[in-house]
Ligand binder design. Structure first.
Ligand SMILES: C[S@@+](CC[C@H](N)C(=O)[O-])C[C@H]1O[C@@H](n2cnc3c(N)ncnc32)[C@H](O)[C@@H]1O
Length: 217
């Protein structure tokens, strides 16, 4: 990211602050917005533990954040938080109005769900995917925004302590599965996760795929 010590940033869909916190050490101030109270509680706890005093948290849906409420920000960041947001055009328009210098968006890429897709295929179940990133690209072009696109090429696989840990990590949306399908999932993970030399379980198809989409105002 092109950032300066004096910049203000708004991080929309900040989660527990995996980007917010390192970013706060490189800029003047970060406004961190998330719709999840729990995520913001964790972020606030981390800030207290690290004595960070330049992050303010707001619990709100990112599509409802207005320029009037937060004022102009040098940089707007939406990291992995707009894959399913609707209405997307209004949200982008709003975000673009808030940003003074740059907008940075990361969105899941096509490889992100390879491991999950293989499982769905193996049990003959249909999977509802988010719109791929080329949709967002086309929408931006239709709004006369001409972004840069980069594949972040994250090389590391996800790692789990156990099969149960892999099931519980939040990717599997277990409420979509019947008890029988959950048993199938356990077997699939048992079969397809291999121990690495650190004793952790992983699979080469199970890694994050992030696409970075950014533009200068
Ligand atoms: C995958 S996490 C990404 C967290 C962080 N930005 C990162 O990249 O590590 C997605 C976050 O977006 C939040 N989120 C999802 N939809 C949202 C919405 N409509 N408004 C605000 N936050 C939202 C979720 O609560 C979650 O914390």
């Amino acid at each position: 990211m092109r950032i300066n010590k004096g910049d203000t940033v708004i991080d929309l869909g900040c989660g527990e602050g995996s980007i917010t916190i390192p970013l706060s050490k490189k800029v003047k101030f970060v406004t961190a917005v998330d719709s999840s109270k729990r995520m913001l509680e964790i972020l606030d706890e981390k800030c207290r533990a690290e004595n960070i005093d330049n992050i303010k948290t707001i619990k709100e849906n990112l599509e409802d954040v207005t320029l009037k409420e937060v004022g102009k920000q040098d940089i707007v960041l939406l990291s992995r938080s707009i894959n399913g947001i609707s209405p997307i055009k209004d949200t982008i328009n709003n975000v673009n109005n808030i940003a003074d210098k740059y907008v940075y968006i990361t969105i899941f890429g096509p490889e992100n769900w390879k491991f999950e897709n293989d499982f769905y295929e193996s049990i003959g179940k249909e999977k509802n995917d988010f719109a791929p990133y080329n949709y967002l690209f086309n929408i931006l072009i239709s709004m006369n925004i001409y972004p840069n696109i980069e594949n972040l090429e994250i090389k590391t696989n996800r790692k789990y302590k156990s099969v149960q840990d892999a099931i519980d990590n939040g990717k599997w949306q277990l409420n979509n599965f019947t008890e029988e399908e959950k048993e199938e999932l356990y077997k699939y993970l048992e079969k397809n996760l291999r121990k690495n030399n650190e004793g952790m379980l992983e699979n080469p198809n199970d890694k994050a795929d992030w696409i970075l989409i950014w533009w200068k105002k």
